[in-house]
Design a binder for this molecule. Structure first.
Ligand code: NI
Length: 152
């Protein structure tokens, strides 16, 4: 595994829409491994393809108890609404209040191309929504209702 450089806000790649993954090959496996290592070493809870310079629909998330690898993910159901603070590894030191669904169900594929569904609540639902937004070129700041004071 290898740590990759995290793309920061201002780089146009963060504003582009990602293409679906078509080949579930070794390159995809390496990308997913590298993204997890990059996320963990930056103490993040999620990372999306564009944040490592890859315009592919891939996301890794770990809010504390499980590593989720989502390939070609799609939100297929959601419920409720919750406002909470959010940050992003591509926007260091910035935090904002964002309203997200309280619960979401996501359809995705694993690294071998097997379809699965996963549900998330609260922070996990927020992470799913935040990372999937990255695949559309959307940053949390675009939809924040309020930006908070920098915490460091
Ligand atoms: Ni982010």
């Amino acid at each position: 595994m290898a740590k990759r450089q995290i793309v920061k806000e201002g780089d146009p790649i963060l504003r582009k829409k990602c293409r679906p993954v078509e080949k579930f090959d070794d390159r995809l496996a390496i990308l997913l491994d590298d993204m997890a290592e990059t996320m963990y070493s930056a103490n993040g809870v999620g990372l999306a393809g564009p944040q490592v310079g890859m315009l592919r629909r891939v996301v890794v998330i770990d809010t504390g108890d499980h590593l989720y690898e989502l390939v070609n993910p799609r939100i297929i159901d959601s419920a409720g609404s919750e406002s909470g603070s959010e940050g992003c590894l591509s926007c260091p030191g910035e935090w904002g209040m964002v309203t997200r669904p309280k619960w979401v169900k996501v359809e995705a594929y694993d690294r071998h191309g097997n379809r699965f569904e996963v549900e998330g609540e609260d922070l996990l639902a927020r992470a799913f929504c935040h990372e999937l937004d990255h695949l559309e070129g959307v940053l949390f700041k675009d939809i924040a209702t309020e930006m908070l004071e920098e915490d460091q």
